[in-house]
Design a protein around this ligand. Structure first.
Ligand SMILES: [Zn+2]
Length: 190
């Protein structure tokens, strides 16, 4: 499926030998490592940038990291199905929900509730999808690191562009989405 207008597609950077370090935003490419996991790469490159003097807001914006909890965090999906497509997940590289300590599992659900409130407020959707694919056979794109998808849906949002042209039009760029999300999550706490 083709996706129109994707300025963030270049956020996947390659090393000198051409190896793809998936999940490392181009502006955070100073981190030299590769965990082999998109989400661990994302987190580690953000933390590396902050540890080396980058403004935390700037580093987290570059990585689409919206909210840090104690055991879990919320970030934007770099390849959203719809505007406002969030993911909540543990920092720990775990592939099963049952492997999460119960406090982390509870925090994940708390972040899901916050995500629901934020998505309702910002996007006024007709409905929402919350879901988790555990394992490749279940459709997980990143099977090693469990993540809960949260996305707003509208009646007809998979309309003729998808069914006819196999193309999605994404009306909001990720930088804008991040800023709106960041503010909305902060407002929930105040
Ligand atoms: Zn991971």
């Amino acid at each position: 499926m083709d996706i129109l207008w994707t300025p963030w597609r270049y956020s996947y950077v390659t090393t000198a030998d051409g190896k793809v370090r998936a999940g490392v935003p181009s502006s955070l490419a100073a981190w030299p490592g590769d965990t082999g996991c998109v989400f661990c790469n994302l987190l580690t490159s953000i933390d590396f940038a902050i540890a080396h003097g980058m403004n935390p807001e700037e580093a987290e914006a570059a990585g689409g990291l919206v909210l840090r909890g104690r055991d879990c965090f919320v970030c934007l999906n770099a390849f959203p199905y719809t505007s406002g497509h969030l993911m909540a997940m543990p920092y720990a590289h775990l592939d099963r929900l049952a492997a999460l300590p119960s406090e982390a599992a509870h925090e994940l659900m708390d972040l899901a509730q916050q995500s629901e409130r934020v998505l309702e407020r910002l996007y006024r959707p007709h409905g929402l999808n919350f879901g988790m694919n555990l394992g490749q056979a279940a459709g997980a794109g990143v099977a090693g690191h469990l993540h809960l998808h949260a996305l707003p849906r509208w009646t007809g949002d998979t309309s003729f562009m998808t069914t006819v042209a196999e193309t999605r039009v994404l009306p909001e760029d990720l930088g804008t989405t991040w800023k709106r999300m960041r503010e909305a999550f902060a407002e929930l706490k105040s």
